[in-house]
Structure formats: structure tokens, C-alpha cells
Design a protein around this ligand. Structure first.
Ligand code: BG6
Length: 473
């Protein structure tokens, strides 16, 4: 599968990634307000309910809010250089539109940062990971409303001023292109998807892009050493056949996703986007200030990578493959995870090259992993999970990352998704496990919340310690 002996640079940032709503719990503690996660008990792909309900596993999640010190110590023991986590916007601004922040919320993340510093782990913070304060969704219809730019700027400024001297790497919006598929989950847009016009959807996207660019400027003003990145779902799209119509269909599908990072990296809308808006009859309200704001381009591009999909112009072919937020036409040549996500390690090398060639900005893989059903067993009196399938998935993907580095891609690091089992975003299950660390919690909410090291825990520690030399070609 690979011709090279994998060797990653000494400075490579190895680690893991999480999101507040999937780990913290304590949804109503410390002055936190409700977020859109507190009303989506089935996961962000599903309709919202009226308020928090007992079946919502995210309300307690894995109780990182109280157990962060223990969890960070476990990451440190694995040799983590970086830990990606998000700040819950509604911990800092419980409603989202207040003038002053919630000091108790700020203090919590200070404690988390203290702990990371103690272990020499670099923080990587996502400002908004599917966690729009619920009040902003209900009162303003989320990002459809231009006022969100100001509220987000105030929130981001507060974070940069509070932590900007101890946090170098920041991401503005998790998987910003997901708003095309989950307007409520990603953009806090309360209007049901079936009733949302394309005009409003793209105006909302425009507001997010402006907000992202504006806070990039704010971050640099507060501390020029800060590096701000965008974050997108990366999914290579292959033509289903060699028919040129399929290739054009791929080009169009690529454009729909690439537009987000094109704006983030170039500081303006690309030509194909202008045509797309014209063809759709969408007329964006773009102010002179927006044009100026957009010029603040990101320092790096980060992305999640789980799978690739196919595309075809043939309307009789069903795009019914499961996937990370967006599915697609399944690839007949690839195997799938237990949740139907197709496994394609080489796609990661392809996307790394494509992104590097296109933007020439440093890249950061901030999510990659496999959700699987684990079985806790006892080996020599110690509880563990023999997760060879997870090791195989990560091993094969990391070999392709090494290939891409060899290809000349400038890559800052790799944060595997969900280093500790957490609540799934799409299905809100505990049983869809990603971690190196098993958390004793079940889909019905029972469990002791005890943590156990899986086989992959020791495997990843070796990968980090050997700078990838222990990977098996
Ligand atoms: C990404 C999200 O979509 O994929 C994460 O940024 C999410 O929040 C991850 O958890 C894996 O998806 P899932 O649905 O298996 O949790």
C-alpha cells in the first residue's frame, strides 16, 4: 500500500479532537445557557424538540466538565502534543446576545488550559462546534440574521482576550460547509430545512464567512502570534463512471464544498460561486464592510476526513450512501464501517494533495477515525477493548498521511477524532465509539462513567513516540 518508511517531523502535532457538547455534560451548570444540542436528543441530523429531555445523552455526556483533569492526564500519558476541544458558546454567553460574559464559564476553560499546560499539551480551540446558543436560533433564526456576526465577534473577542496569550491555534466554525445539509445543527437556523429558501441559506453562509474572517482579524490584532484556521468537511468525490457528464457532476459537487475554503483562503468569492448564485437567482446582501472583512484570510486550513463518495449525472442512481453529515453515491470498490461510512485511506492522501495544491496554506487534519461497537473484556485482570479494527483503520490512514508529507504537503498535525469515547454527533449514541479510552456509558444512559484503556491506546502512544515509525506498511 505504501512505498516509504513512515516518518513524521519532530514538530508534528499529534493528538486528539473533541467537542464540548459531546464530552462536557453539565449542560445547566456553571451558568451555562441552552444550546441547540440540548434540544436534539437524537443527534444533529434529526429534528429538534422543545426543550432538554431525559433521553438526551449529551446533557451529561461523559462528564468531562468534572473529569477533565483525569482525562487530560490520560491523553498526556499517550504522549499527546495537542488537544482539540471546543468552547461551548453558551457557557460564555448563555443567551448569545448579552453584553457581558459569564465569568464561571470563562473560569472553567482556564482550568482546562491550566491542566493542558501542566502536561505540555498545546490547545487547539474550536469557537463554534455545532453549539449555537438556543436563544440565537429561536429569537434570530441563527445565522440567517446579520446580527449574529456581532454576537459572534463579541464572543470570539472575549475568548481571544481571555486565552489568546496561552492558545496559539484557533478554528472559527466546525465543518462550516455542513450548514448546506444541517441548517439547524450547523447554523442554528430554526426555520425547518424544508421551508428554508436558498436565498436565506446562502445569506446565512455569507454571514458566517464574514464573521469568520472578521474574527481572524480581531485575533491577529489581539495577538499577532495567533494562528486562525477554517474547518471543513473534506470528502473526495470520485466520478462513478468515466462518462464526462459524471466528471462535470463531480466538478459541481466539489465547487459546492470548496467554495467555503476558497473564500476563507482567497478573501473573496470565486467565479464559479458567482455563477452559481446567478443561476439560482440568489442575490446576496454584501456590504462594503463585508468585502473588507472577507479579505482577512485564514492562516491554515483544517478539516475532518472520514470517507470519500462518488457522484454521477445519472438520475437513476441513488445517492443513498451513509456518511459524515453528507452521504453520497456509494463506491462499489470500498468496504464500510458498521454505520455505513466507506473506508478509503488513500482518499486522505488525495485530499491533502488537492488542498495543498489549491491553497498553498498549511493544513491540519483535525478529525479522522472510525465509529465502532466495542466490547469490554478482561485481559489478565484488566478491563480493556481489543480494537484491532480501529488500529487498522488509523494505521492505514496515517500511512497515507506520511505519503502526503512525502508529496510535499505542509501539514501541521493530526488530531484523531474522539480519543475518548463520546456521544456521537449524528446519532447521539454512546455505542458508536471512536476512542482510545473506553467510557462506561450505554445508550440508555446507564454506566459508571469509568475510563478504561483500549489496545489502541498503547498503539497510538507508540506511534507518537516513534514519530510514525511503528506504523505497519
Ligand atoms: C464530524 C463532527 O461531523 O464528525 C463531529 O465534527 C462528529 O462532531 C464526527 O462527532 C463523527 O461523527 P459521528 O456522527 O459519528 O459522531
Amino acid at each position: 500500500m505504501t512505498d516509504i518508511a513512515p516518518r513524521f517531523p519532530e514538530s508534528f502535532l499529534w493528538g486528539g479532537a473533541t467537542a464540548a457538547n459531546q464530552i462536557e455534560g453539565a449542560y445547566a451548570e456553571g451558568g451555562k445557557g441552552l444550546s441547540i444540542q440540548d434540544v436534539t436528543p437524537q443527534g444533529i441530523m434529526f429534528d429538534r424538540v422543545d426543550g432538554p429531555t431525559a433521553d438526551n445523552l449529551k446533557l451529561e455526556a461523559i462528564d468531562f466538565y468534572h473529569r477533565y483533569a483525569e482525562d487530560i492526564a490520560l491523553f498526556a500519558e499517550m504522549g499527546f502534543k495537542v488537544f482539540r476541544f471546543s468552547i461551548a458558546w453558551s457557557r460564555i454567553f448563555p443567551l448569545g446576545d448579552e453584553e457581558t460574559p459569564n465569568e464561571e464559564g470563562l473560569a472553567f476553560y482556564d482550568r482546562v488550559l491550566d491542566e493542558l499546560e501542566k502536561h505540555g499539551i498545546e490547545p487547539l480551540i474550536t469557537l463554534s462546534h455545532y453549539e449555537t446558543p438556543l436563544h440565537l436560533a429561536e429569537k434570530y433564526d441563527g445565522w440567517v440574521n446579520r446580527d449574529l456576526i456581532g454576537f459572534y465577534e463579541r464572543y470570539a473577542r472575549t475568548c481571544f482576550e481571555s486565552y489568546g496569550d496561552r492558545v496559539k491555534y484557533w478554528l472559527t466554525f466546525n465543518e462550516i460547509n455542513s450548514v448546506l445539509h444541517i441548517p439547524f445543527g450547523s447554523g442554528g437556523i430554526n426555520t425547518p430545512k424544508s421551508e428554508l429558501s436558498e436565498q436565506d441559506l446562502y445569506q446565512a453562509i455569507h454571514h458566517e464567512l464574514v464573521a469568520s474572517a472578521r474574527v481572524t482579524r480581531v485575533a491577529h490584532e489581539i495577538n499577532p502570534a495567533i494562528k486562525v484556521g477554517c474547518m471543513v468537511i473534506a470528502m473526495p468525490i470520485y466520478p462513478l463512471t468515466t462518462d464526462p457528464d459524471d466528471v462535470v457532476a463531480v466538478m459541481n459537487a466539489d465547487h459546492a464544498n470548496l467554495m467555503f475554503s476558497d473564500v476563507h483562503t482567497r478573501g473573496e468569492y470565486p467565479g464559479y460561486a458567482k455563477r452559481f448564485f446567478r443561476d439560482k437567482g440568489v442575490t446576496l446582501n454584501i456590504t462594503d464592510q463585508d468585502v473588507e472583512d472577507l479579505k482577512n484570510t485564514v492562516d491554515f486550513v483544517s478539516f475532518s476526513y472520514y470517507m470519500s463518495i462518488c457522484e454521477t449525472a445519472d438520475p437513476s442512481v441513488k445517492a443513498d450512501g451513509a456518511g459524515n453529515i453528507m452521504g453520497g453515491v456509494p463506491n462499489p470498490r470500498l468496504a464500510s464501517s458498521e454505520w455505513g461510512w466507506q473506508i478509503d485511506p488513500q482518499g486522505l492522501r488525495v485530499i491533502l494533495n488537492q488542498f495543498w495544491d489549491r491553497w498553498q496554506k498549511p493544513l491540519f487534519i483535525v478529525e479522522n477515525g472510525i465509529g465502532a461497537k466495542d466490547r469490554l473484556v478482561e485481559v489478565d485482570g484488566v478491563k480493556t477493548v481489543e480494537d484491532d479494527y480501529r488500529i487498522a483503520y488509523l494505521n492505514d490512514h496515517l500511512l497515507q498521511v506520511a505519503e502526503a508529507i512525502e508529496d510535499g504537503v505542509d501539514l501541521l498535525g493530526y488530531t484523531m477524532w474522539g480519543p475518548i469515547d463520546l456521544v456521537s454527533a449524528s446519532t447521539a449514541q454512546m455505542s458508536k465509539r471512536y476512542g482510545f479510552i473506553y467510557v462506561d456509558r450505554n445508550d440508555d444512559g446507564t454506566g459508571s462513567l469509568e475510563r478504561y484503556k483500549k489496545k489502541s491506546y498503547h498503539w497510538y502512544a507508540d506511534v507518537i513516540r516513534t514519530h510514525g515509525a511503528s506504523l505497519q506498511a
